[in-house]
Design a binder for this molecule. Structure first.
Ligand code: IPM
Ligand code: MN
Length: 365
């Protein structure tokens, strides 16, 4: 197969981690007899520096003309970067929101599971027998507060701001359906998360979720309030299989879910539209504090590349090969800085930089 993808290295640690993911993709293609072509495009801060805007039509068009997009991360340090002196709709994050909307990427899948090799890094209180969870957050990505009308103005001498949380039944229906379809291929349980004790959007969400659940009698279905879900994720993450929720709740819960795996540097994500087209990126941000030092953990981006092969190209064996190589690399004791234990129980572990982590994973494919 000839695989053609667009790449958005982005800002901060983005270019370093994308380089390692490309290296791993090259290796897996070599091994399985595919060819792969990358077209690099700019977005976020890098696009502001080059063109004055965080997203150009050219970037959207190139991404759309490929089967998938691999992204690093975008954005900088809001306190020091000149990008944050621009109006909000010209900042790096606006480019990310605009490309999600332009490409119709309504379904954001964020798996969170505990690698047995990293169980010691799981910050949750020790449990007899250890922790063992494997869940996926299905986050609605093109609606809700992120895309509702917003303004800030002076009303009778009082500065006032408003954001709008709005969903229609069609937007809810398609994301709930996606969650149930994913659950059918996993452990067959969907937890729909909302704030139906307060919000109208959540009451509509819950009504639609109950309707869709009828079409999936083989999948267990429950509702959970978002504040309770935040608590349950820390108390007992093993109870979850698929969590489906709206954009803002999903943003917050997915950071929480990733951290209980030990490091936010491990978690991949896929943002999909109604076809097999997707944008794949690590769940973490651009980490400007360590950018350019070569010490970032590329694993989340490498696992995102595996998701890209799995979801956009249906290359299951190739995706498995990457995931197994990551597991093997961890089992063999290689750790990026963020994965090194803080205490002195680092016996048998080898600290590696970003490039070495990519090399060690390639060697195991
Ligand atoms: C994410 C990020 C983005 C979001 C930001 C950078 C706009 O936090 O992908 O989770 O809030 O969606
Ligand atoms: Mn986020």
């Amino acid at each position: 197969m000839n695989i053609q993808i667009a790449c958005i290295p982005g800002d901060g640690i983005g270019p370093e981690i994308v380089q390692e993911a490309k290296k791993v993709l090259d290796r897996v293609c070599e091994k399985f007899g595919h060819t792969i072509e990358y077209t690099d495009v700019l977005m976020g801060g890098a696009s502001i520096d080059a063109y004055g805007v965080p997203l150009t039509q050219e970037t959207v068009d190139i991404c759309r003309s490929r089967a998938a997009v691999l992204m690093g991360s975008i954005g900088g340090d809001a306190a020091t970067s000149p990008w944050y002196k621009l109006p909000p709709d010209k900042r790096p994050e606006a480019g990310l929101l605009a490309i999600r909307k332009a490409l119709g990427l309504y379904a954001n899948l964020r798996p969170a599971y505990l690698f047995p090799e990293l169980a010691a890094s799981c910050p949750l209180a020790a449990k007899e027998g250890g922790r063992n969870f494997d869940l996926i957050i299905v986050r609605e990505l093109t609606g809700g507060l992120y895309f509702g009308e917003r303004w800030t103005k002076d009303i009778d001498g009082v500065m006032t701001a408003q954001d709008t949380l709005r969903y229609n039944e069609n937007e809810i229906r398609r994301i709930i359906r996606t969650a149930f379809e994913i659950a059918q291929k996993r452990r067959k349980k969907v937890t729909s998360v909302d704030k139906a004790n307060v919000l109208d959007t959540s009451r509509l969400w819950r009504k639609i979720a109950a309707e869709i659940a009828q079409d999936f009698p083989d999948v267990a279905y429950e509702n959970m309030l978002v504040d309770n879900c935040a608590m349950q994720l820390v108390r007992d993450p093993e109870q979850f299989d698929v969590i489906v929720t709206e954009n803002m709740f999903g943003d917050i819960l997915s950071d929480e879910a990733s951290m209980i795996t030990g490091s936010i540097g491990m978690l991949s994500s896929a943002s999909l539209n109604e076809t097999s087209f997707g944008l794949y990126e690590p769940s973490h941000g651009s980490a400007p504090d360590i950018a350019g030092k070569g010490i970032a953990n590329p694993i989340a981006t490498i696992l995102s590349a595996a998701m890209l092969l799995r979801y956009s190209f249906a290359l299951t064996a190739e995706a498995d090969a990457i995931e197994n190589a990551v597991k093997k690399t961890l089992a063999d004791g290689f750790r990026s800085a963020d994965l090194m234990p803080k205490t002195d129980d680092a016996e048998g572990l080898t600290k590696v930089n970003c490039r070495e982590m990519g090399d060690r994973i390639c060697e195991r494919i």
